[in-house]
Design a protein. Structure first.
Ligand code: NQM
Length: 372
C-alpha cells in the first residue's frame, strides 16, 4: 500500500510544483524530506519516478498552513529540490511559488473569499518574510482567467498582486552583507546584495560575456560556469553565508545595459543553471541594486526619477517590472516592493508515497477532505 497525500499541482508565476497542507505531511522533518524527494522523483536527472519536471524551476514544493502569528493569515514554507540531488532546501524564498499560496488556501478551504478580491497576509517561514497578496475571487471562487501577462509563462491570466513588506537581508545578514555597496572579489567588481534573495551582481563584460547570450548558450558555457562557481564560493564567505558549495544561493547575476526599453538586462544563474526569466525576489533584489548609489548597476541601468518608480528588469524571455519605493529621507532604503504574478491550479489529487519511504497515518482532516 502506498500512502496517499492530498495535493494540488499548481503553477506559481514561472515555477510549478505540488502544494500540500502542512498537516498532511509528516511532522518529523527528515521523514518529510524523504516524502518530498519521493513525490518529486529526486535524485534522478529525469525525475521519472515523480512529479518533478527535470529542472530546478519545476522541482519546487509549497507547504501551506493557517498562520499562528496574530495579524497573519497564512504560513508558507517553500522547499527547493533539485532533479539530480537528494537535497530539500528550505532556506531561500521563492516569490513565484508564493503567488499560488492564496489560491491553494482558497481552493482547499483553509481560508474564505472576501468578495470580488481577497487580500491575505502571508508569512514565508523560510526567511520570516511578510507580504500581502491579492487575488481575484468573483462569485466566491478563485479566478484564473484574465488579461495579466507575465513574461516566462504563456498566455494571460488573472492578476495576483504581491506587496512585500520586509525583504532586506532574507538569508544574508542585512541588505548589503559585506558592509559595502560594491566590492572587488576574486578580481571582479561585484555588488553582493539580499533584498529577498542573496545575489552577486556584476557586469557581464567582467567575465568576458555580453549579458545578452541565450539561455542555451549560457547553459552550454562550462568555462563560464566554472568561473562563476569560484566567484560564488568566494562571495558566499564575504556575504557571511559560509560555505555555499551545496547551497542554492547566492544566485549569480550578469548585468548589461537594457536593450528592450527596460532598466537593466540580466542573466540569472540559480545558481548553476541559467534561469529562463528571473526569480521574483531576485528581480526585487536587482531592482533594489538599481536604486542604490554606488552599486555595479551605475552607468549601466536606466533608472526613472522619483521616490516611487517602476524598474523593468529585462531577462531572456522578456521583462519583469518591480514597483520600488525609497525612503525620501534615506534614498538607500527601499520601503516597498510590489509586483504582479499569475498562478493556475493545474491538477488536484493525491501524491502517492511508497510504503518503503513512509507509512503515513492519514489524518482525519485529510480523510475528510478526500471524502469531500
Ligand atoms: O527569486 C528561482 C523562481 C526562482 C526563485 C530561483 C524565485 C525568487 O524563478 O523569488 O522566484 O532563484 O531559484 O521561481
Amino acid at each position: 500500500m502506498q500512502t496517499a497525500i492530498p495535493c494540488l499541482f499548481m503553477r506559481g508565476g514561472t515555477s510549478r510544483g505540488p502544494f500540500f497542507n502542512a498537516a498532511d505531511l509528516p511532522a518529523d522533518i527528515p521523514t518529510r524530506d524523504k516524502v518530498l524527494l519521493a513525490v518529486m522523483g529526486s535524485p534522478d536527472k529525469r525525475q521519472i519516478d515523480g512529479l518533478g519536471g527535470a529542472h530546478p524551476l519545476t522541482s519546487k514544493v509549497g507547504i501551506v498552513s493557517k498562520a499562528t502569528r496574530p495579524g497573519v493569515d497564512l504560513d508558507f514554507l517553500f522547499a527547493q529540490l533539485q532533479p539530480d540531488k537528494d537535497t530539500v532546501d528550505t532556506t531561500p524564498n521563492c516569490g513565484n511559488m508564493l503567488a499560488a499560496v492564496v489560491p491553494f488556501a482558497l481552493e482547499t478551504g483553509l481560508v474564505k473569499p472576501q468578495g470580488a478580491t481577497t487580500t491575505l497576509r502571508v508569512l514565508t517561514l523560510n526567511t520570516d518574510m511578510l507580504c500581502d497578496i491579492t487575488v481575484q475571487t468573483p462569485d466566491g471562487h478563485v479566478a484564473y482567467e484574465g488579461d495579466a501577462r507575465i513574461d516566462g509563462a504563456p498566455g494571460t491570466s488573472a492578476p495576483i498582486k504581491i506587496n512585500f513588506l520586509d525583504t532586506a537581508g532574507s538569508v544574508a545578514p542585512g541588505l548589503l552583507p559585506t558592509g559595502h555597496v560594491r566590492d572587488v572579489i576574486d578580481g571582479i567588481e561585484v555588488t553582493c546584495i539580499d533584498n529577498g534573495m542573496p545575489l552577486v551582481m556584476f557586469n557581464a563584460e567582467a567575465v568576458g560575456r555580453t549579458g545578452y547570450e541565450s539561455v542555451d548558450q549560457l547553459n552550454a558555457d562550462t568555462e563560464l560556469q566554472a568561473r562563476l562557481e569560484r566567484l560564488r564560493i568566494a562571495c558566499g564567505h564575504a556575504m557571511q553565508l559560509g560555505d555555499v558549495t551545496k547551497k542554492n544561493y547566492p544566485k549569480m547575476t550578469l548585468i548589461a545595459a537594457p536593450r528592450a526599453g527596460g532598466s537593466i538586462a540580466t542573466r540569472s544563474f540559480i545558481p548553476h543553471v541559467c534561469h529562463d526569466a528571473i526569480g521574483v525576489l531576485a528581480a526585487v533584489t536587482v531592482a533594489t541594486a538599481c536604486v542604490l548609489d554606488g552599486s555595479v548597476t551605475q552607468g549601466i541601468a536606466v533608472v526613472p526619477r522619483g521616490e516611487a518608480k517602476t524598474i523593468s528588469v529585462e531577462h531572456p524571455t522578456g521583462e519583469f517590472s518591480v514597483e520600488i519605493a525609497v525612503d525620501p529621507q534615506n534614498p538607500q532604503t527601499v520601503t516597498r516592493a510590489a509586483l504582479l504574478r499569475t498562478a493556475r491550479l493545474l491538477m488536484r489529487g493525491e501524491a502517492m508515497i511508497p510504503a518503503a519511504v513512509w507509512r503515513g497515518q492519514q489524518t482525519n482532516d485529510a480523510a475528510q477532505r478526500r471524502a469531500g
